[in-house]
Design a protein around this ligand. Structure first.
Ligand SMILES: Cc1ncc(COP(=O)(O)O)c(C=O)c1O
Length: 453
């Protein structure tokens, strides 16, 4: 007799076979929604909710979800039935994409190495910097996010990410972001192959430097023979207005890592752009022509989508649009949130904005706030995120290395109506946190559902 098979939903199957803790977290935050269609900024759930994406998969969906031209590019490339990944020929599309990226990046960036994720781009930067300089030290900024493979992870100071996975790469040291005297002190030892830094710290709390500090950072790196490497995985591809965020500052890095938005949200791809001299230090003989590579590097589908993504971003003028709309968004947020003591700052560049919260002075707010903090430092931010999602249908998150900053990074195609909806929603949540005990008692329910974090 046949036993009655248990039919699992796809969510249960995922929980059983992939990551049950992730399913649990989404359940606790009441964000475990099935999506049936995603277009531009809008996510439609199975039960008919229209949710606005102000996270963009952490800056993947610059061109918007499922852009028809990008879908067409994927289809065309598959239909071509060419050598998708022969590993034994010259992949022409990689040449085209490399030239297009280097032309837009400018400065000394003339060669590209392709891989499939931001972390792999950072790994390549580490290896290439060591090969070029003959030094093994690496310098990074505190609170940075560079990815979770072992090398990239070694460049992240927050032990949350590295605990239990050690030992990390030897020779890595950290300086506070934009602390130029600390930086010079380290660089003067001439032990460091590279200073790897985000031009705008994203997960660190949307920290936007002034141009002069970035220019001095570059000058210091040059003076002491350390390569100046920018991680533009979140900030690149017009997210902050120009093609690269470094273009705001008039700097010419030795290497730049791009990923996320280059894929159009459809196929994995990343690129490490670098000066010829660095490339030559690595691939310096026939024997070493493939000394650093990867199976999926330069695959035709990724290259085709990368080219199509550039085309869409530029044809639709999304860089200037991001710059303008971001300014409008922050001006509206500053005005709407000015009356609230827990809002410390609104800052950003282009469509990468941060709202920084601070602990309240008023006793009636301070007591519940401190209780939240005692449960978990991320609890306060997650209640904001949960309310934005559940009560206002807006998907947003706090910064991964700075829980007091809510990040707003919608697709660059966001319209005025989308921005207005965001301002209205966050103002309403902030008002609730200042004027209703319901906001704070919500956390207790959250903690109860979590049953220990
Ligand atoms: C600034 C930055 N660098 C690197 C990475 C790593 O990219 P990936 O997740 O594609 O490995 C991320 C990922 O979020 C990132 O935000």
């Amino acid at each position: 007799m046949k036993s009655k098979a248990t039919v699992l939903t796809s969510c249960e199957q995922y929980g059983r076979s992939v990551n049950p803790q992730w399913v649990r977290l989404l359940d606790v935050l009441q964000m475990n929604v099935r999506y049936s269609a995603c277009q531009g900024v809008e996510l439609i759930s199975d039960d008919g909710r229209r949710i606005l994406d102000f996270l963009s998969g952490y800056c993947v969906h610059n061109a918007g979800h499922n852009h028809p031209d990008l879908i067409q590019a994927v289809k065309d490339e598959l239909e071509r039935r060419g050598p998708g990944m022969l590993q034994s020929h010259v992949p022409e599309l990689a040449g085209e994409l490399a030239a297009a990226l280097c032309e837009r990046a400018g400065g000394r960036l003339t060669k590209a190495f392709f891989s499939s994720s931001g972390s792999e781009g950072v790994e390549a930067a580490i290896k290439f910097a060591r090969a070029h300089t003959g030094r093994d030290g690496l310098l990074a900024a505190e609170k940075a996010f560079h990815g979770l493979t072992s090398g990239s992870l070694s460049l992240m100071s927050d032990p949350f990410w590295s605990d239990g996975f050690g030992p990390m790469l030897p020779g890595v040291e950290f300086v506070t972001f934009l602390d130029l005297s600390a930086l010079e002190k380290k660089l003067r030892t001439r032990r460091f192959a590279a200073f790897l830094v985000e031009p705008i710290q994203s997960e660190g709390g949307i920290k936007v430097p002034d141009a002069e500090s970035m220019r001095q950072t570059q000058a210091l790196c040059r003076r002491y023979g350390t390569l100046f490497v920018l991680d533009e995985v979140q900030t690149g591809l017009y997210r902050t207005g120009p093609f690269l965020a470094s273009h705001h500052f008039g700097i010419e890095p030795d290497m730049v890592v791009l990923a996320k938005a280059l894929s159009g949200g459809l196929v994995p791809v990343s690129a490490l752009l670098m000066a010829d001299s660095i490339y030559d230090s690595v691939y310096n003989s026939l024997k070493r022509s493939i000394v650093h590579t990867s199976t999926f590097s330069e695959n035709s589908l990724s290259m085709r989508v990368g080219l199509a993504t550039l085309d869409v971003l530029e044809r639709e003028n999304l860089g200037p649009r991001a710059a303008e709309a971001g300014e409008v968004l922050r001006a509206r947020l500053r005005e709407a949130l000015a009356p609230y003591e827990m809002v410390k700052d609104v800052r950003g560049a282009g469509q990468l904005s941060g709202i920084e919260f601070t602990s309240p002075r008023k006793l009636s707010l301070r007591l519940p706030f401190e209780a939240f903090m005692a449960i978990h430092p991320g609890m306060f931010g997650q209640v904001v995120v949960m309310r934005m999602f559940r009560d206002h249908n807006i998907l947003v998150q706090v910064c991964g290395n700075n829980f007091m900053v809510l990040k707003a990074a919608p697709p660059l195609v966001a319209t005025d109506e989308h921005l207005d909806a965001f301002v209205h929603a966050i103002t309403s949540v902030v008002d609730l946190m200042h004027n209703s005990s319901g906001f704070w008692t919500e956390a207790l329910g959250l903690a109860r559902r979590a049953g220990g974090i």
